[in-house]
Design a protein around this ligand. Sequence first.
Ligand SMILES: Cc1ncc(COP(=O)(O)O)c(C=O)c1O
Length: 429
Amino acid sequence: MYNNDMNDQQIKDLINQEKNRQRQGLELIPSENYVSKQVLEAIGSILTNKYSEGYPGKRYYGGQVYIDQIEQIAIDRAKELFQADHANVQAHSGASANEAVYHAWLKPGDNVLAMDLSHGGHLTHGAPVTRSAQLYNFIRYKMKNVETGEIDYEQINQLAEQYRPKMIIVGYSSYPREIDYQKIAEIGQGYQALLMADMAHIAGLIAGGMAKNPFDYGFHVITCTSHKTLRGPRGGLILSKGIVSNPLHKPTKTIENIPTLIDRAVFPGTQGGPHDNIIAAKAIALFEALQPEFKDYIKQVLKNAQTLAQELQNRDFKLITNGTDNHLMLIDVFKSFKLNGLLVETTLDKINLTVNKNVIPDDSLPPFTPSGIRLGTPAITTRGLKETNMIQIANWMKEAIINHQNNAKLAQIKQEVIDFSLQFPLPSD
Ligand SMILES: Cc1ncc(COP(=O)(O)O)c(C=O)c1O
C-alpha cells in the first residue's frame, strides 16, 4: 500500500513554478505546444500501470481487453488523418520512430541521403554523434540557395547516382519552406530507395490540410512526433503505405512489406513495452486533429507566422530564406545585430519570451553560440494569439535586443509580457 499523505513537496513546488513560468511568458520554440485538458488527463491516467508488449490482438501479456481497443482506435485515427495504410503508434519519441524505420529497412553500411544538419536536418538524420551514424552511411545534401530555401535537387540526383542510396530522407527541424516531394520521389524511385518523410515539425500542418502530404507523391513512410504541431503527448508515430500483415510473422524485405517490417522494428526490434497512457493521449490528440476546429487552428498558426516574419523583417531581423511557408522561422541574429544566438536567447528569456538558439546554414560560429535563433507560432496560437499580437511580439523582441545590456529596460518589458500573457490562460488551466 502507499501512504497517500506522503508528499514530495520539492517536485510539486517545481512543477507549480514551471506552470507559472508557462503562464507568465510566451512560448515561441516552434517544436513546443500546449496539450488539451483531456490529453493531459490521459497522460496522467492509470493506463501507466499496464504492460502490453505486442500489438492489438497479439500481446505477450494478459489483461488487454481495453488496451487493445485504445491502441486500435489510435491506429485507425492516425491512418485516417494521414491517409496511411498502416500506423504504428508505439514509438516513444520522434528519435525512436526514425531509429525503428532505419532498423526496419537498412543493413549496417547502407547508404542514406539526408539533409545537412546546419541546413535544417535533424540529429537523427545521421549526425556523427548518433548511434545510427555509426551503423549506416549518411550522405549529405543541402539547400541550393539559402536566400530562397530551394533544396539542391540536382545535388540529390548526383549523390543518388554515385551512392545508390537505400533510403532518402526529407523533413527537417529548422527549414521554413515547402518541400518538392515529387522531385525527390522521382530520384528515389530510380534506385528503389525507401522514401521517408520525417514530418515531426509539420505533422499538424499536413493534418490540417495546410502542407502537402508526402504520401500523395509516392513516399513510403512518414515519421512524426505527436507533441509539436499535432498538440499531443510527447511521442512518435510511424505511418506507412503497403501491405499490412501479422507482425509475428517475418515478411520478406520488400517496400510493400514496410508496414510489417516497421511493426517488428519497433517491437521487439528497438523498444520494449508500449506506453499505454501515452497511446491513449495520442488517440485523443488525433481525435482533436480530425475536428474542423483543428483546420482553423493550423490556418491561424500560418497567418501568425506570416505576420510575425514580416514584422520582424520590418525591424531588421534577417530571416534565413527571407521568410517562411510554415510555422517556423530561422533568424540570423549575428548578421542582423552582431549578437550570437545564445546571447539573444538569454536576453529574450529575461523578458519571458522563449526561443532557441540554432545554427544557420554553414554557420561560421560554433553550435553552442551559433549565429541564429529559431522561433515559431504553434504554441502562442494555441494560447489564442492573433496577427495583431505578432506586432507586439516583434516590438518586444527588437526592443529587448537593442537594450540587451539595460537591465531596467528588460525588467520593464518583462512586466509587460507577464501582464499580457496572463490574459491568455493555458488550455489546462
Ligand atoms: C525533424 C525531427 N525529427 C525528429 C525529432 C526528434 O523527436 P524527439 O525529440 O521526440 O525524439 C525532432 C525533434 O525536434 C525533429 O525536429
